[in-house]
Structure formats: C-alpha cells, structure tokens
Design a protein around this ligand. Structure first.
Ligand SMILES: [Zn+2]
Length: 238
C-alpha cells in the first residue's frame, strides 16, 4: 500500500477509535448520572414522606388536646343541668351539650382518619427506606466501577490522541484537509478499501481497470460515485 494511503488509513482507524471511546464515555456518564439521580430522588421522597408522617402525628396530638377540651366542657355542661332555674336556660344548655357532642364525635373521626393515614405512611416509609438502601448500594457499587472505567477510557483516549498527532504530523496538508472534509460529510468514513471489486463506502462496482490502477498506482484515487479515497488491500477489513 502506498505510504500516504497507509497513514490516512491509520488516521481514520485512530479517529474511529477516538469517536467510539467518546461515545462509550458519554453512554457511561449518562448511565451513572441516571443512577445518581435515582438515588437522590429516592432519598428526597423518603425525606418528604417522613416529614409528612411527623406532620400528621403532630395533627393527631393537636386533635387529642381539642378532644380533651371538648370532653371537659361536656362534663361541665352536664354538671350544670341541676343548677338550671329556667326553661330558657335549660334550652340553651341543651344546645351547648348537643354542640359539644357533635364536636366530640367529629374530632374523634378526624383522629381516626389521621391515625389511619399515619399507619399507611409508616408502611410506605418502611418500603421507601428499603428502596433508598438498595439504590444506595447499587449507586456505590457502580461508582467504583464507573470511575475505573472512565479512567480507562481517558487513558486510551490520550494514547489514541498521541498517536493521531504523530500521524497528522506526517500527512501533507492538502490530503489531510481532504480527509477531514470527507470524514465529516461521509459519516466518519473517508477512506475505504476495495472489496470484491467494489467500493466499500457506496458498494459501487469499480471498473477492473481502475482497481488495477489503484493496486499499482502511486496516486490517490477517489470513488467516482461517493468521492471517498479508495485503497487496495490484499485482505481488506470486514
Ligand atoms: Zn464509493
């Protein structure tokens, strides 16, 4: 293979490697961010539930105090029945007693429903707590692996970029900019091998004479159809 083609093929290999590593890094980072978010969300939900449970318990205590007060009032009203002297006073007292009884049963119902809510929340909180622990475990386990993998990718990237710099240094300016343009417009594939007499970029069958020329020629030849740089290799890559 002609030396210039060799270098450009090598450059493309390095560039593809760099792209793939970049993709892997992005995918890995996305996955890890997702795990971290799940863990954070789960913690937040647990906190909110705990706060809501505490708030409900506080409301139960307030209602219990109210109930006690209403009970005391009811006792007081009932105790005054014997001191009543007029029909009007009796009616008014009856009214107070009825009111207090209604209030009492209303507060009792409220307490019951608040306590049911607390019970439900307790169950949910226990479940959530388990969930938080599990998410924490997964996150921490992945964290180690993630940092190692990212480090590994960074090392490989550095190595490829060093290699790329060396290759670029020896490629002539014109060929390099042609390569860059092609790589950008042809989905990363600027140089392609000839396989079974066809361009491996667009699969156009090339005239045998052209293939022979490329085999022996010292000049850079491009595919007539897709404009990619063609090269001949005894064993083209799959
Ligand atoms: Zn082609």
């Amino acid at each position: 293979m002609e030396e210039r083609i060799k270098t450009i093929v090598e450059l493309q290999k390095l560039d593809s490697g760099i792209d793939n590593l970049g993709d892997s890094r992005e995918e890995l980072t996305g996955k890890f961010k997702n795990l971290r978010q799940q863990f954070a969300d789960s913690k937040k939900e647990y906190k909110e539930m705990t706060a809501s449970s505490k708030e409900t318990e506080k409301r139960v205590r307030t209602k219990e105090r109210e109930l006690l007060e209403v009970g005391e009032n009811l006792k007081k009203y009932r105790g005054s029945i014997y001191k009543v002297t007029s029909q009007k006073e009796m009616e008014s007292l009856d009214h107070e007693i009825e009111n207090a009884k209604e209030q009492k049963s209303r507060i009792e119902e409220e307490i019951l429903s608040l306590m049911e809510k607390t019970e439900g929340l307790k169950e949910e909180i226990a479940k959530k707590e388990k969930g938080v622990k599990e998410k924490k475990r997964v996150f921490e386990k992945e964290e180690d692996g993630y940092e190692k993998e990212i480090k590994d990718i960074e090392d490989k990237l550095e190595q490829l970029n060093r290699g790329k710099k060396e290759v670029i240094d020896v490629i002539e300016e014109r060929l390099l900019s042609q390569y860059k343009r092609l790589r950008e417009s042809k989905g990363g594939l600027a140089v392609v091998a000839i396989k079974n007499g066809a361009c491996q970029g667009c699969y156009l069958t090339l005239p045998p004479q052209l293939v022979n020329e490329i085999k022996s020629s010292k000049r850079i030849t491009m595919c007539e159809s897709c404009a990619r740089i063609l090269y001949w290799s005894a064993c083209p890559p799959e």
